[in-house]
Ligand binder design. Sequence first.
Ligand code: AMP
Length: 440
Amino acid sequence: MTFAELGLIEPLLRTLAALDYQTPSPVQAAAIPAVLKGRDLMAAAQTGTGKTAGFALPLLQRLTLEGPPVASNAVRVLVLVPTRELAEQVHESFRRYGQDLPLRSYAVYGGVSINPQMMKLRKGIDVLVATPGRLLDLYRQNAVKFGQLQALVLDEADRMLDLGFARELDELFCALPRKRQTLLFSATFSDPIRTLAGELLRDPLSVEVSPRNAAASSVRQWLVPVDKKRKGELFLHLLLRHRWGQVLAFAKTRKGVDQLVTELQDAGIAADSIHGDKPQPTRLRALQRFKDGDVQVLVATDVAARGLDIDDLPLVVNVDLPIVAEDYVHRIGRTGRAGASGEALSLVCADEVQLLAAIETLTRQVLKRVDEPGFEPDHRVPATDARGQVLKKPKKPKKPKDVPAGKPGARLGSWIDGEKPKVRAVRKSPGLSRKPGKGA
Ligand code: AMP
């Protein structure tokens, strides 16, 4: 299968050749012909599958071949995304794929001044990538008009609902023309997502490639049990002992992120952070420094890290487990992309056993446990099974035991290749969705 066989026009094919995209990914092979024909789409796909090109390429083509030029303040394709980072990333993809086409694209999101965005929208924008809250502000101030809208894309729709954007979305949908093409992308299909799809999509083509499974199945996943207060120390110990290269680490809170970064910097490690307390330019700078190799460890919260396009990352470390099990799949999707092998390590304390059980239920596997000598927890992490059961209740703290040095089989990297876990798509959310504030 080639991109030419999918029906893409010459300028796009030239760009793809220049980018060295040789073969369409599964989601692209399914989505591109359908979107070119004008069909609505409901696709199960997450970052790392090539989904962005799956909708950007055919929409750019339709914008080039169909419809009048964009009028003042008008928008022809609207892409709604949950976070600023994803907005930047999707916009960059449109810019890259459409570099030889006479189209304008732009991204708007909160946390930065609205005035330059209003100015930019005056000329009209062919492809506008937006977070729902800021777009609604712009719409209420008449800075953006939807009369020319040809297509709406909801990217990471599950995440938008998780982040509490349902009301903003409803208000926006009411403002959009009914006659339009709608594409919905979501990593998981929970009941609220299905309801949303039922309301928005007309006779959609349902694309359910197993990209996230494919991405995740090449990722070695394991955990090290540890007491909560020793997580930073263990991270540093493992980093030095195993001479890790670049690591993307996740912590639960902004405070936790800052604390780990400080501990690492105190030890002379080049570390930086991405979280919601930081202004957007600072976050983008941290990401760029990480991509440039100037930073060895980038520590992030889930929301801030959402949608970051970091390829070929060999190692993701969950210093804390995510509150929402689906975020585990998103996190480990950062590694093992495009057939590369990757590792995802979680440092798990006793308090997190329920989160662990939820992750193991979602991914239908029990994570391999590897004790790190000298870090065996006083507060034991109870055993779990893949049905989400915690097999034994946590015991009261015991006096620490002396640890026999060099316990056999207790080393990182003792993973047996034949035991690679499989992460299977789960269509129904296990009911763990939460409604945190926007911009953790
Ligand atoms: P996405 O899932 O859209 O975030 O894309 C993940 C990464 O895969 C991005 O860095 C893309 O540039 C890259 N990519 C997308 N499609 C292809 C393709 N057909 N061949 C090679 N790389 C691709």
